[in-house]
Write a new protein. Structure first.
Length: 266
């Protein structure tokens, strides 16, 4: 059996770089078995291959070099087990964050694709929604877009909650069918129901909604078909107006989807 292997031979056999072996040595994680005093060349023994392989394996599991150093210095399985359990917990947390990010991306794609699916202005259509949750600020008569957005931003920053990046209004129904947009609340959607009741929280009921698309912050919209429908049906007290960005630079004249509950889920 060959007693010593050069750093190049060791790197090739173990599938790592020469620089990595040098780093392990400089960090006192794994010193060469022998260093030639004259040339400075580093040599490793066959017995050290086992340690190199373990370091590689633990690194592939995400453990830090300092953690691996503690494991090797201790030399007992219990120390390695404790760090593996810690890493298991870290990975589980990362997976949860990745799943959440994945769901957020899917939602955001759906948000932008929604306009392409329902692109006909002022023509009513029916959509079904699950229960939704919003955080809102009241919209007063002398409010502007800037004042309500600023108040809502301040409220958001005080709460440790997760949001969907979609804003909207709760508006008066009677004025809406007269083509008067009179907002009562300005809101943002929450991902989930808050654990505690709050005066800024509102639950939008699940059910079927009569919807139409229009630029309600301009004069370019027409609620006449919705008004005609409710001549023969029970009128709601409010409507939901969801903002949909059709460009990324100017949103004050963007289209809104107006949603009016027509059948509540049982």
């Amino acid at each position: 059996m060959k007693e010593l292997y050069s750093i190049g031979e060791t790197a090739k056999l173990m599938g790592i770089s020469v620089q990595t072996l040098r780093n392990y040595s400089n960090l006192q994680l794994l010193k060469p078995q022998y260093i030639d005093d004259y040339t400075g060349y580093r040599y490793y023994s066959f017995k050290q291959f086992h340690y190199i392989d373990r370091i590689k394996y633990l690194r592939s599991l995400g453990l830090s070099l300092s953690e691996i150093e503690e494991i090797l210095d201790d030399g007992k399985p219990d120390k390695m087990l404790s760090y593996l359990e810690l890493q298991e917990k870290r990975i589980a947390e990362e997976l949860n964050k990745l799943r959440e990010t994945y769901e957020d991306i899917k939602w955001y794609i759906g948000y932008f694709e929604h306009l392409n699916e329902y692109h006909f202005d002022n023509i009513p259509y029916v959509l079904k929604f699950d229960t939704r949750y919003i955080m809102y600020v009241n919209h007063f008569e002398d409010d502007t877009v800037e004042t309500v957005e600023t108040r809502l931003a301040g409220l958001k920053n005080k709460q440790d909650l997760k949001y969907r990046r979609q804003y909207g209004y709760i508006a008066d129904f009677d004025n809406l069918i007269k083509k008067k947009f009179v907002p009562q609340k300005y809101f943002i959607y929450l991902k989930e129901k808050p654990t505690k009741e709050a005066d800024w929280f509102m639950e939008l009921p699940a059910g079927e909604y009569l919807c139409f698309r229009g630029k309600i912050c301009t004069d370019d919209w027409n609620p006449s078909m919705v008004a005609a429908y409710f001549k023969d049906h029970k009128k709601p007290t409010y409507v939901i107006a969801n903002e949909h960005e059709d460009n990324l630079s100017e949103y004050h004249e963007c289209p809104y989807e107006i949603q009016t509950l027509i059948k509540k889920s049982e």
